[in-house]
Design a protein around this ligand. Sequence first.
Ligand code: HEM
Length: 133
Amino acid sequence: MMNQLNNQDLLNSSLRRCLNDKYFFTAFYEHFHQSSPEIAALFDKTDMVRLNKMMEVSLFSIIAASESNGDNDQDLVDIAQAHKGRNIKPEFYKYWEISLLATVAECDPEFDDNTRKAWKHVLARGVEFMAQY
Ligand code: HEM
């Protein structure tokens, strides 16, 4: 339990450092869109300023949900349900995970091996959760 709480603190701090970089989401979507032209096409008409604000909240939700016993999952259920019917192929979730990890590595000045492990764990769980819907 202690470890889990520490992990959550570590991730919240890492995410805050990333958010200090005003190009964090721009860089993330650049990575993500480059993974497949089909992904880029899905965001053709997206208001990215609005999306980035929602992504910020959802990343904190993924961190909270990953270490909880289900109490903090509702935000993620809502996001997962909103993604049904968006023509998202299963492998796109893997690209999402890879793109986010690469961007955190670039944007968090204190990124290290522990941070990488903690992010990998939490993103794998978040993506697995989303893919159930
Ligand atoms: C755990 C992974 C993911 C999280 C947490 C996440 C989070 C979000 C959030 C919070 C929004 C805005 C609210 C909404 O409209 O639902 C959104 C929109 C969207 N997401 Fe995701 N997403 C994830 C994975 C993906 C993947 C793999 C794709 C595949 C391409 C994707 C495509 C989209 C699209 C197309 C939109 C709508 C953009 C628009 O409004 O035009 N997402 N996502």
